[in-house]
Write a protein that binds this ligand. Structure first.
Ligand code: FMN
Length: 363
């Protein structure tokens, strides 16, 4: 287990005290307006020893980018006081705090409820969506890219150690990368190279912002989704992703974060040490976590971090037989600091679609 406890220095210079990462999880403890409240603070306080690098749930960089209700936002300065409290308590035990930045594009159903408008790379009839989307103009696209920069300034001001750009789970960055949702034929689409431009311009904007505003080493990570399939069509496959990873590896970012353990070997070969790779081994034990390090420089855990808030600490102290592997009651969820809306979401069979069937430890 020793390697899990080894520190790692990222490209920016930031040292992560061990190889375990808490994957981003929307915790639903914020207000309807996206302001961090007590429930969210309690959730993260409880988990500030779960990993060496702790990534917050997705935060919306634009008003029109919200997918989930009661998640935290970062699109305005009024969110900074809550974000500052959050950064401080995540870092309370010497672990590093990263905030995940996202825009949900076509899937911004909460923004639709609030503002009656949803934007997307183009006018695709998304059968799963109960509304019509608006196609982004070139100017609007650049404005969203700037929003990622502004969000980064707020993350710096709030005291975070870094940001993760969310390019996965079918949100806007992935919508631009996918041939299913991007039929544009301008700078933003038409070829694989052009479908990467939105992601790469955001990385550039965030890097320029960090250079200008961060007076300290500051982490920039990027989350990718390995592939995207639909009934009868392919948005993109892992070969396309390998090309994106190659381009991202050239940008000097700190890490690339996947969403599974598939293709780890291929990703590592393409990256060739240019950046760190975070693998998601769907771990429920220290042993699973260790396996993820075969190809990953670090591993991330999501549900295991919900269930066992002392995951990294117990590995460090050699208490692996002591780790919790399931949540058996709502009372237990409460004692683990779950916001009430998170418990509800996890119990709802239609709620959290990203938890694979048969892998929900939440009984
Ligand atoms: C409650 C919950 C909320 C999540 N919210 C996010 C999120 O905001 N951003 C994100 O990139 N992934 C999110 N995920 C996905 C996780 O980061 C992770 O990729 C997924 O759960 C698989 O990892 P696991 O097998 O360790 O749970 C969420 C997962 C869960 C369980």
């Amino acid at each position: 287990m020793n390697i899990l406890n080894e520190p790692i220095q990222l490209k920016s210079g930031v040292i992560i005290p061990n190889r375990i990462v808490m994957a981003p999880m929307t915790s639903k403890g914020s207000s309807w307006d996206g302001i961090i409240e007590e429930e969210d603070l309690k959730f993260y306080q409880k988990r500030n020893q779960v990993a060496g690098l702790i990534i917050t749930g997705a935060t919306a960089v634009s008003e029109l980018g919200e997918n989930f209700s009661y998640q935290m936002s970062i699109y305005d300065d009024r969110f900074i006081p809550g974000l500052s409290k959050l950064a401080k308590l995540i870092k309370g035990n010497g672990n590093k705090a990263v905030v995940q930045l996202y825009h949900s594009g076509a899937n911004s159903k909460v923004s639709y409820q609030k503002h009656g408008k949803v934007v997307a790379p183009c006018l695709v009839d998304f059968p799963h969506l109960p509304y019509i989307v608006s196609e982004l103009t070139d100017e609007e696209i650049w404005s969203i890219i700037k929003d990622f920069g502004q969000a980064t300034i707020r993350a710096i001001k709030a005291g975070f150690d870094g940001v993760e750009i969310h390019g996965a789970y079918s949100h806007l960055i992935q919508q631009f990368f996918s041939t299913y949702s991007n039929k544009r034929v301008d700078y933003w689409g038409g070829t694989l190279e052009k479908r990467m431009n939105f992601a790469l311009e955001i990385v550039k904007e965030v890097q320029n912002t960090v250079e200008k505003y961060a007076q300290r080493d500051f982490i920039i990570g990027f989350r990718i989704m390995e592939e995207e399939f639909h009934w009868g069509s392919t948005g993109y496959d892992f070969q396309d992703t390998l090309k994106l990873i190659d381009r991202l590896s050239d940008t000097n970012i700190d890490y690339i974060h996947g969403t599974t353990n598939r293709y780890g070997k291929l990703f590592k070969e393409v990256i060739e040490g240019r950046t760190a790779l975070i693998i998601v081994p769907h771990a429920s034990s220290a042993e699973d976590a260790l396996k993820g390090l075969e190809y990953g420089d670090m591993i991330s855990i999501a549900r295991a971090a919900l269930i066992e808030p002392y995951f990294a600490q117990k590995i460090r102290e050699g208490k692996v037989a002591d780790m919790a592997t399931e949540i058996t009651s709502t009372e237990m969820a409460n004692s683990l600091g779950f916001p009430s809306k998170l418990t509800k979401w996890m119990l709802d069979p239609m709620g959290l679609s990203i938890v694979p069937k048969g892998m929900n430890y939440f009984k």
